[in-house]
Design a binder for this molecule. Structure first.
Ligand code: ATP
Ligand code: MG
Length: 415
């Protein structure tokens, strides 16, 4: 008979289990706790959207749209795309669901996103992001609040050390136009030395040459004119309010005048939290202000600012998270207790204690097996001289309300 071959896991996807899963869950749980402290509402949006949602808002020439999207035609002939990020879908929902009435809206979400990239450490084709956005707030205070939230998250995850907040401004439309013209002139003068990719960018998106990782481009990009000479006074004042707000909130930052974002929709504030602990994949959290995004989706001019972070990259930085602790192990040492032990574990669980039953395998080894899970309390159900004997040992008294556990055990072992 022909052997059936097991289908492979798709390249760039992950099955997350064990310690990796605990790291992942720590990031998500901490994010969910911290976003509540800042009164960000949780929302869920679809995993796929009309391709136009991303093509229009991210910009046709960006890497994500031009080569990374998972785009397909569904059976009805519509062009759909698996979300490569959250912001565009949230902006679409804001418009189509009439959420303008709630503005300003502080939103948080997390889940899988999809990009066709070359898989490597910290870079996947299905990866996961946590995401925070403020839509409908034009004030620099919104940028500050999001950055302080990000900073607190990194602190609560215990990974703030060695991660720096790099901050830049991309100015307003007038600033960008003037800066862009100066950049084009500069890059034109060095045309012959630029990489092919950057030559293509020169036509369509010259700002992104600043972001190039190609060693041929670096000296030219590093010598390019900075934005500061072109900042309008409004844009300068906006940036100053952001930096002063961060100082007031006690969030450390450094200016990186070369920082531009890979997506076209950003204005004013742009930022990345960067570490040197993850090699080439050093950006853990990134975002900025996207005052042009909602218009690009056909909505009224609406300000917005937000960030996203790769859950996998944050998870890699974590110290090893503790295994979920077991409160009570119930060990059935004699078959006579098989049924009554169900009553006991059920009662413990209903009372809010994690409980595991050990009733299979060699009776002599069950107790040792239970101890391996490091329970706070181990209960043993046995017969001694024909009489029921319910004994327990408190192993980690500081971690459990022993009196309450004893009351539950007492209550169920009577019957
Ligand atoms: P990079 O320069 O690493 O490609 P990016 O600028 O494309 O990042 P964003 O679009 O800003 O990334 O996404 C926000 C965050 O999502 C990144 O800072 C990173 O933590 C994470 N991220 C991006 N792409 C991937 C990927 N392919 N695999 C895992 N995490 C990723
Ligand atoms: Mg990328």
């Amino acid at each position: 008979m022909a052997r059936i071959e097991t289908p492979k896991r798709i390249r760039g996807t992950q099955d997350i289990f064990g310690e990796e899963q605990r790291r992942f869950a720590t990031v998500v749980d901490t994010f969910d706790r911290v976003r509540r402290l800042y009164c960000f509402q949780r929302l869920e949006i679809p995993v796929f959207e009309s391709t136009a949602v991303f093509a229009r808002s991210l910009g046709e020439t960006t890497d994500v749209v031009s080569k990374e999207m998972y785009t397909f035609e569904d059976r009805g002939g519509d062009s759909l795309t698996l979300r490569p990020e959250f912001t565009a879908g949230i902006a679409r929902a804001y418009l189509t669901e009439g959420w303008q009435q709630y503005a300003p809206l502080k939103l948080a979400t997390h889940g899988p996103v999809f990009r066709y990239e070359r898989p490597q450490k910290g870079r996947f084709r299905q990866f996961h992001q946590i995401d925070a956005e403020v839509i409908g707030a034009a004030e620099p205070a919104a940028d500050v609040e999001l950055l302080v939230l990000a900073d607190q998250l990194l602190h609560e995850l215990g990974i703030a050390e060695g991660v720096t907040l790099q901050l830049n401004t991309l100015g307003d439309a007038e600033t960008r136009d003037a800066w862009r013209a100066a950049l084009v002139a500069h890059f034109e003068a060095h045309r012959g030395d630029l990489s092919e990719d950057s030559l293509a960018r020169l036509e369509k998106n010259p700002l992104r040459i600043l972001d190039s990782k190609d060693p041929r481009d670096r000296p030219i990009a590093d010598a390019a004119p900075g934005i500061d000479d072109y900042l309008t006074s409004e844009a300068g004042a906006f940036f100053e309010s952001v930096t002063k707000g961060l100082d007031a909130a006690g969030v450390a930052w450094t200016r990186n005048g070369r920082l531009v974002r890979g997506l076209d929709y950003y204005r004013h504030t742009a930022f990345e939290f960067v570490t040197d602990r993850l090699g080439a994949q050093g950006t853990v959290l990134a975002g900025g202000r996207y005052d042009g995004l909602i218009d690009s989706l056909g909505g009224p001019a609406t300000p917005g600012v937000g960030w996203a972070a790769g859950i996998e990259r944050l998870a890699m930085l974590l110290a090893e998270p503790a295994v979920e602790a077991l409160d009570v192990a119930v060990v059935v040492e004699n078959r006579a207790f098989e049924m009554s032990s169900f009553a006991m574990v059920s009662a413990l669980r209903r009372a809010g204690f994690s409980a595991e039953l050990f009733a299979s395998g060699s009776p002599k080894k069950r107790y040792d097996k239970a101890l391996k899970l490091n329970p706070a309390i181990a209960v043993s159900l046995d017969l001694r001289d024909g009489e029921a004997h319910v004994g327990h040992r408190i192993l980690r008294p500081e971690d459990v309300d022993a009196a309450k556990v004893e009351a539950v055990i007492g209550g169920t072992s009577q019957t």
